[in-house]
Design a protein around this ligand. Structure first.
Ligand code: SF4
Length: 256
């Protein structure tokens, strides 16, 4: 390494990331910081040679949400899915994104307008907030995995309907079996109530450990809801701290 590190692109990116982290913590009500809670290094991207090893599929390990042979097999089996009526309105099927063997999986309801266009979950304003939440927890977005209950955008952002969930949820279950996360964070009323088959309001389910497909699940608020209700960020941060504790990460301000 040579040159002034303060002026390098890496330093600028680190500074920007630190600011995003601090903004989220401020909004979540954190008033004191400690040097605890080190970030894990970002793992290297999947080698190009590995991506080239599956020449027979229309999809590859380099596609969003793939990255491992089991996930690629699930994506291949989905194909240009028409198993439910949501296929007719989609621009792009949103399979997932992130580390194919992530220990932490976030599950939302379904793609919105930005996600439908880009083919990646949580990329709009709510997605930016989710990224801040992930970084505040001491993870990089690339270290976790993000998926949805349904993979095609419901028209007008309505809730997915029972037949659509029935058609699509098996693929989420397959993704969970392939990723084998240690913890799932379910984001928002719809994802929580659907995954847990429990119509109790999210306000009473959040912050309590549950289980889905044999994996510990933490219900919390959806980032879009937090954008509309900023005071609730404090409660969401409490939920995320429980998840951090599961990973042995000290929340900021709780240093020894
Ligand atoms: S929502 Fe799921 S089941 Fe329905 S068309 Fe899209 S990928 Fe297929």
């Amino acid at each position: 390494m040579s040159g002034d590190p303060k002026s390098s692109p890496e330093a600028a990116e680190l500074a920007a990331e630190a600011m995003r982290h601090l903004w989220w913590l401020r909004d979540a009500g954190v008033r004191e910081l400690s040097p605890e809670g080190p970030r894990r290094p970002v793992p290297p991207a999947a080698p190009a040679a590995a991506a080239a090893a599956v020449p027979t599929s229309a999809y590859s390990l380099a596609d969003k949400g793939c990255g491992s042979e089991p996930l690629l097999a699930i994506r291949t089996s989905l194909g240009e899915c028409q198993r439910c009526k949501l296929h007719s309105g989609r621009t792009k099927l949103v399979f997932g994104v992130g580390d194919p063997s992530a220990q932490l999986l976030f599950v939302g309801e379904g793609p919105g307008a930005d996600e439908d266009l880009q083919g990646e979950p949580f990329v709009g304003r709510a997605g930016q907030l989710l990224t801040k939440m992930i970084e505040a927890m001491g993870f990089a977005r690339s270290e976790v995995h993000i998926a949805n209950v349904v993979k095609c955008r419901p028209p007008g952002n309505r809730d997915p309907e029972p037949d659509e969930i029935e058609a699509c949820e098996p693929f989420l279950k397959a993704q969970i079996a392939a990723i084998r996360p240690r913890v799932i964070v379910a984001l928002g009323r719809f994802a929580v109530q659907t995954l847990l088959r429990d119509t109790t309001p999210i306000s009473r389910q959040r912050g309590r450990w549950r289980e889905y497909e044999g994996v510990k699940l933490m219900p919390t608020f959806h980032p879009a809801y937090l954008l509309r209700n900023p005071p609730e960020k404090k409660a969401a941060w409490e939920d995320l701290q429980l998840v951090m504790k599961e990973f042995g990460k000290l929340p900021p301000g709780r240093g020894a």
